[in-house]
Write a protein that binds this ligand. Structure first.
Ligand code: TRP
Length: 481
């Protein structure tokens, strides 16, 4: 066994609700506010949404419980937790590699997530300046055409100096909380910002209700047309479910290590997954009415947040103020997620390198800043640089998109797959019985899911991510047959 100072084991959440809020803070982020609405729109609305909920319950929740359980029983940074449990169960200590891979991918996600966080800060600046210039009651960017509002995004992403600096600002804010420790910093950011986030989300949703487009939104998001449930839609839903729950990068293992013995892990995981899903659905009910009320059509991807919504705000009463509130809300959600992404490599550096927390966090911040600046420049000065462009999967991708694809299509599904195999097949039954907080039939059902269902579904996502065309053809053939 690796000599360990076990530093992380001495820290812990001050209460169950602090843990619940921090975990919800990790889960709720850009994935709920941008990715979910965009994916739902692109994938047939109701069919996607319904299947998404199915995936959260049958894949997300069992893997979430597995991750938190490994952390709590291991009481250490993720790799050491995996090793301890493997050895206690008579398995190989090499399972810690799964967590090491996870910690590394959490670091990669952190590096580009904070670039996007910096973009959000930039838009807070744009709307904030507008509130001062035109007052809170007017539409945003009064006097600008849609094209001019659109062009703000292009101007931002090609402005490498601003995006690099804002990336570093976002990283530095994240650092301030991580450096103060679990109960002193990480849970503080969640305890203050999550309630503020929920308040803003509800306020903006209610504002949207008055625009008159709620009926169309509900129609758009919830009309279930079974024929739209194709293989591709199902795979998009599975991928979205575990991205949104922060699974597959050992982040929830790390948070689990700070959970007390008296907490029921199963019911707590249920609360976390339920809240994350509710926020995704409410985000849809918040964003689309605003878009529809302005007479716009939803666009996919990042354009929805950085172009379509600013358009809409430019056309609506109190658009400057609501726009500002909206981007502040997004920044809060992104910050509680980036804190969790930084904590995984930080706790690793504390355990493995024996560093004090602030030093470990500084090391991670510095490394993430270097990679982050490269990502920030990849939409401008480095736009033509495609580091792994010779691999078909990564063809034509700049650093930012490459890191997103590499983690989303490879390391996260692999991490989640191996975690569920580990819990399903390696960890001793006695340990699972003691830790899961489940009884009888539900416990057996959970075991069935982590042994068979989750690995199978995750393997499918992985294959479809690597061979999109072959998989699409296969599904088309199956559908036709
Ligand atoms: N779940 C967050 C979101 O929806 C992002 C996130 C935080 C994440 N930690 C993660 C995603 C770990 C994958 C893995 O925005």
């Amino acid at each position: 066994m690796v000599a360990s100072t076990g530093t992380t084991a001495r820290e812990g959440w001050s209460s169950r609700s602090a843990f619940v809020l921090a975990a919800i803070g990790s889960a709720v982020g850009l994935g709920n506010l941008v990715r979910f609405p965009a994916e739902a729109g692109a994938n047939g609305g109701g069919a996607f949404v319904l299947f998404y909920i199915f995936c959260v319950v049958l894949i997300g929740l069992p893997v979430l419980l597995s991750e938190v359980l490994i952390g709590r029983h291991g009481q250490a940074a993720a790799p050491l937790s995996f090793r301890r449990i493997a050895e206690e169960s008579g398995g190989s200590g090499a399972w810690s590699i799964v967590a090491s891979l996870g910690v590394f991918s959490a670091f990669l996600v952190l590096s580009f997530y904070c670039v996007l966080g910096g973009w959000v800060l930039y838009y807070i600046g744009l709307f904030g300046a507008d509130v001062f210039l035109s007052g809170p009651a007017s539409g945003a960017f009064a006097g600008s055409s849609f094209e001019e509002v659109d062009a703000l995004f292009g101007a931002m992403v090609s402005d490498g100096l601003s995006t690099s600096l804002l990336d570093i600002v976002f990283l530095a804010i994240t650092f301030l909380f991580v450096a103060r420790g679990v109960s002193g910093g990480i849970e503080k950011v969640a305890v203050y910002l999550m309630p503020a986030f929920f308040f803003l989300l509800l306020a903006i949703t209610i504002y949207g209700m008055f625009g008159g487009a709620m009926a169309r939104t509900v129609d758009y998001l919830f009309t279930f047309e079974p024929e739209k449930l194709t293989g591709e839609v199902m795979l998009a839903a599975v991928g979205q479910a575990f991205f949104s729950l922060s699974l597959g990068v050992a982040g929830m293992v790390t948070y689990g290590a700070y959970v007390g013995r008296d907490v029921n892990l199963a019911s707590t995981s249920g609360v976390i997954a339920g809240a994350d899903t509710a926020v995704a659905l409410i985000a849809g009910l918040c964003i689309f009415p605003i878009v529809f009320a302005a007479g716009l059509e939803p666009s996919g991807g990042l354009g929805l947040m950085f172009q379509t919504l600013p358009h809409a705000f430019s056309d609506l009463p109190f658009g400057t103020l609501i726009g500002l509130a909206f981007f502040v809300m997004v920044a809060f959600a992104a910050l509680t997620s980036s804190v969790s992404l930084m904590e995984a490599p930080t706790s690793w550096a504390m355990d493995r390198l024996g560093l004090a927390r602030p030093v470990a966090a500084m090391l991670v911040t510095g490394a993430a800043a270097v990679l982050g600046v490269l990502s920030a420049l990849s939409t401008g000065a480095l736009a033509g640089f495609h580091p792994l462009g010779f691999i078909p999967l990564f063809e034509g991708l700049g650093i930012l998109d490459l890191l997103d694809s590499f983690t989303g299509k490879l390391t996260m599904p692999i991490g989640a797959l191996l975690t569920s195999v580990f819990v399903g097949w390696v960890v001793s039954r006695r340990l699972l019985d003691e830790e899961s907080g489940l009884g009888g039939g539900v416990h057996r059902f959970w075991l069935f899911l982590v042994r068979w269902f989750c690995p199978l579904m995750l393997a499918l996502i992985l294959v479809s991510g690597i061979f999109p065309e072959t998989t699409a053809r296969l599904f088309a053939t199956l559908g036709a047959g």
